[in-house]
Write a protein that binds this ligand. Structure first.
Ligand code: NI
Length: 259
C-alpha cells in the first residue's frame, strides 16, 4: 500500500525529539512521500534541508499569510532562490486567513499573488491555506486562472461544496486532513463522494489537526492513514485503493517522479 502526506510541517520544534523515528513510523505505514511546507523563510530553509536529507521528504517553500508581517522582500528573494532546488515540489504555504485579523487583507492578497507568479514561472504547484476567506480566495483563483489553467491544491479543505466545485473547475486539487474525520464534518464526507477521484489528496498538517482517534495529541505523517481510511469508506473502495488513487494524484500534481 502507498500513501503520501501532501501537507505537513515536520520542521517544527515538536518533532526535534523524535524526527527520525517519526519518519520510520511513516515508512512502516506504507508512506512513500511527505511534503513539508515552509511558513517563513527560516522554515522554508529547514524544509529544503529535510528534503535533501531523506528520500521520503519533499519540500514546499513560501510565506504563510499569518507570517507576512514578519517577512521582508529580501526574505522573498531568498525563497525564490530556494524554490529552484530540485527537492522543492511546490510553492507555499500561501493563501488568505481572515480568522486571525493580524495581517491586512490587501497585503495577504499581494503575497498570495507572488506565490502564484513563482508557481507559474517554475511550473511547481501552489498550496492554498484558506481560513474564513473562501470568497476572496475564489476571487484570487479566478483572476489567476485567466492567465491559464491552475496548478494547485486547497489544503485541509473545510469549505463549502460550492467552493470545492468551483476550485475543481478551475483545475485545483482538494486535500483532506484530520478535520475530515471529525464528527461535525459530515458535509465534507458527503462532498468527497461527488468530487472527481483524480483530484483527491490526503494530508495531516502535522503537527496540527490530529484525526479523531488521536485528537488532542501531536499529529504526525503516519496518521494520514486514518483520514485515508474514512475517505476510502466514503468512496466505497478499500484503503489500498484510496492510497493508490491519492498517491498517483500527488505524484501527478507535484511531479514526484522527477523530483
Ligand atoms: Ni499548514
Amino acid at each position: 500500500m502507498r500513501l503520501i502526506d501532501t501537507h505537513a510541517h515536520i520542521d517544527e520544534e515538536s518533532f526535534d525529539v523524535d524526527r527520525r523515528e517519526m519518519l520510520d513510523r511513516a515508512r512502516d505505514q506504507g508512506m512513500v512521500g511527505i511534503v513539508t511546507l515552509g511558513t517563513t523563510l527560516d522554515s522554508s530553509r529547514r524544509a529544503v534541508a529535510l528534503a535533501n536529507q531523506s528520500p521520503l521528504v519533499y519540500a514546499a517553500v513560501g510565506v504563510h499569510p499569518n507570517y507576512i508581517n514578519s517577512s521582508t522582500s529580501q526574505d522573498w528573494d531568498q525563497i525564490v532562490q530556494l524554490a529552484n532546488d530540485p527537492r522543492v515540489v511546490a510553492i507555499g504555504e500561501t493563501g488568505l486567513d481572515l480568522y486571525w485579523k493580524t495581517v491586512p487583507l490587501d497585503s495577504q492578497r499581494e503575497w498570495f499573488r507572488k506565490h502564484f507568479a513563482l508557481s507559474r514561472e517554475l511550473q511547481k504547484p501552489f498550496c492554498v491555506h484558506c481560513r474564513e476567506a473562501e470568497e476572496p480566495v475564489l476571487e484570487e483563483l479566478r483572476q489567476e486562472a485567466e492567465r491559464g489553467p491552475l496548478l494547485g491544491v486547497m489544503h485541509s479543505f473545510a469549505g463549502s461544496a460550492e467552493t470545492a466545485r468551483e476550485c475543481v473547475r478551475l483545475g485545483m486539487y482538494i486535500s483532506f486532513s484530520g478535520i475530515f474525520t471529525y464528527k461535525k464534518s459530515q458535509s465534507l464526507r458527503d462532498l468527497a463522494r461527488e468530487l472527481p477521484r483524480d483530484r483527491l489528496l490526503v494530508e495531516t498538517d502535522s503537527p496540527y489537526l490530529s484525526p479523531q482517534p488521536v485528537r488532542g495529541r501531536r499529529n504526525e505523517p503516519a496518521h494520514v492513514r486514518m483520514t485515508a481510511e474514512i475517505l476510502a469508506a466514503e468512496c466505497g473502495v478499500s484503503l489500498e485503493e484510496i492510497g493508490e488513487i491519492t498517491t498517483q494524484n500527488a505524484e501527478r500534481l507535484f511531479g514526484l517522479k522527477q523530483a
